[in-house]
Design a protein around this ligand. Structure first.
Ligand SMILES: [Zn+2]
Length: 353
């Protein structure tokens, strides 16, 4: 969630002439970020422009056979548009990924959800649709991983509807089963449904609550790339906290990421860790960005940043903090900021006298 759901009430209807024109063509773009990973950006009707990262991981098995998995970080807003050039006849996140990265159509999907906001999960619907059309709840070739930190934030379904913001925005919340509840700071292992064997992925998942309790970051050790979802990103998108946000948790998560990146940056003869987020920010120096965002929030807590009152959102008084030409800006319910100021140790953000 970046802008739309906090600063407007409802999406414009998708049938208006403007949005029809906007979607006259493929609503996705793709570019390669490193040897194994691609960034897909979605041109959606909400203006969220979410990032979807896809890493194609292939392992050679003892028998010489190879096994591949598409590691898909978030699924976007579920935008679809007619495709006059291909047999699938519709562009959606599923047909788009298959078109570019899944030529055989049978590669396993592992979806890592950075958190449950609608602009990260609505794309599950087209991905799960083929199995549902066959009467199955979920294809065995689609694994879905979420943070195990706060399962009650995601279950039962009524909680997911509320916390995904689907309820407040009048959207249909996709129905899916989480197949992997990922622990903190552990390598991810999956069992391949067709080959019946374990794949030890070069992926470490990290619990990073704050933006939401289910915030999940992950580290690709092969590419030395860290993905932080909506924990933070750079301007022009403001870092946003919904009513369920927690600034003290966020602060601890940023400190966790700083320690994690610091350890990995000690490795000699390799490049420094890069960081990519759920919106805007792609492939920046991780340590530099983490230190900068922590300094920015320190200044917010010290009231050194320009503050603007915003209209109430979901019943909560809301504010916006920004600096002229600054790398970051912030939008949050005032309550979240007050609780953060009380919860984060003063010596960590107050100026020493
Ligand atoms: Zn979000």
């Amino acid at each position: 969630m970046i802008w739309f759901s906090s600063f407007r009430q409802r999406p414009q209807g998708q049938t208006s002439k403007e949005s029809r024109d906007q979607f006259d063509g493929c609503p996705f773009t793709i570019r390669q970020l490193n040897r194994t990973t691609y960034l897909i950006r979605e041109n959606d009707r909400f203006g969220e422009k979410p990032h979807i990262y896809v890493k194609k991981h292939t392992e050679t098995l003892p028998g010489g056979q190879t096994a591949s998995v598409l590691i898909v970080n978030d699924t976007g807003c579920g935008t679809s548009a007619p495709d006059n050039t291909s047999k699938s006849r519709e562009w959606n996140i599923s047909t788009f990924i298959d078109h570019h990265l899944n030529a055989t159509g049978d590669t396993l999907y592992l979806i890592i959800l950075s958190h449950c906001h609608y602009d990260h999960i609505l794309g599950l619907s087209p991905i799960l649709r083929p199995a549902k059309a066959l009467g199955e709840p979920q294809s065995s070739h689609v694994l879905i991983a979420s943070s195990s930190h706060a399962r009650s934030f995601l279950e039962p379904r009524a909680n997911l509807r509320e916390h995904s913001l689907c309820n407040s925005m009048g959207l249909h919340c996709p129905s899916y089963n989480t197949t992997i509840w990922t622990p903190h700071n552990q390598r991810l292992t999956i069992s391949h449904p067709r080959l019946g064997l374990q794949m030890h992925l070069p992926v470490t998942t990290l619990h990073t609550p704050g933006h939401t309790p289910d915030g999940l970051s992950w580290y690709d050790e092969e590419e030395r790339a860290l993905y932080v979802g909506d924990s933070f990103y750079e301007a022009p998108a403001p870092i946003l906290f919904p009513n369920e946000g927690n600034l003290s948790d966020w602060w601890r998560s940023v400190n966790t990421l700083i320690s994690f990146v610091n350890e990995n940056n000690k490795e000699k003869g390799v490049s420094r860790v890069t960081l990519s987020a759920g919106h805007v920010t792609v492939g920046v120096d991780a340590m530099d960005c983490l230190m900068d965002v922590r300094e920015f929030v320190k200044r917010v807590l010290r009231d050194e940043v320009r503050f603007t009152k915003q209209p109430a959102k979901r019943g909560e008084r809301f504010g916006f903090w920004s600096e002229e030409g600054g790398r970051f800006s912030l939008g949050a319910p005032l309550k979240v900021m007050e609780e953060g100021r009380a919860g984060i140790p003063g010596e960590e953000w107050r100026k020493s006298v």
